[in-house]
Design a protein around this ligand. Structure first.
Ligand code: HEC
Length: 202
């Protein structure tokens, strides 16, 4: 740049003797800058505003936040309900002694029979002897039902050392299972809206 132009174009400020010229930015730089601004807006809209959709596959396989989130969450195991545990390794007992203990708990500890009736035919709580279950009829489901309880329906959680130790929990659940198919008279009718048929033995 010619010497005589320098004074005119010199910016007013001075930092430790360093001064700068007020030169026009090169066009290539300026347009690059505008393009990055435009891309920034598109990027923000695409990743942070748009919730994704079928069109996304056209866009470098990227997905919106919502799609990204649900895709990540689909890999996560459904968390257990509070109080619930993983009972997958628990096997039901069938020996006389354990079932007797289970019966004592069910009938005498004032826990279960008050709502499910001494013959398990159901009263406030559902019939526990039939093939119809609200919360699943596998042995593990019954263990879960007892430990989580259904406070909103009136059944408190038992187990986890709340009234029942693990051994007692296993025995009482085994006792419930041993009463399956006993057809007590005047059992509480099935609620077709909530109870589903569970194949015996499953
Ligand atoms: C205060 C009443 C009450 C007591 C006590 C009670 N329950 Fe329940 N129980 C219920 C009710 C009500 C339900 C149904 C919950 C629902 O509608 O979702 C239920 C559901 C269940 C279920 C699930 C049934 C299904 O169809 O999925 C099992 C198993 C069960 N109870 C076992 C027990 C055992 C074992 C005990 C004793 C440790 C017990 N309950 C104590 C009221 C009670």
């Amino acid at each position: 740049m010619a010497q005589e132009q320098k004074d005119v174009l010199l910016e007013g400020h001075d930092a430790d003797g360093i001064q700068e010229y007020d030169n026009a930015l090169p066009k290539w730089w300026l347009y690059g800058f505008y393009i990055t601004m435009l891309l920034g807006v598109l990027y923000m809209f695409y990743y942070h505003v748009w919730d994704g959709g079928d069109w996304n596959v056209l866009w470098f396989g990227a997905r919106g936040q919502v799609a990204e989130y649900s895709s990540e969450m689909s890999h996560v195991k459904t968390p257990l309900k509070p109080g619930a545990r993983d009972f997958s390794s628990w096997q039901k007992k069938t020996d006389e002694a354990s079932l007797k203990i289970g019966e004592t708990i069910f009938q005498n500890k004032n826990l279960c029979f008050t709502c499910h009736r001494p013959d398990l035919g159901g009263l406030v709580g559902p019939n526990l002897t039939d093939d119809y279950w609200i919360h699943g009829g596998k042995f593990q489901d019954v263990l879960k039902s007892i430990t989580t309880g259904y406070p909103e329906k009136g059944m408190l959680p038992y187990g986890n050392n709340n009234h029942l130790t693990d051994d007692e929990l296993l025995d009482v659940a085994s006792y419930v299972f041993s009463k399956h198919g006993t057809h007590p008279p005047n059992a509480k009718p099935v609620d077709p809206a909530r109870e589903v048929l569970v194949e015996a033995g499953s």
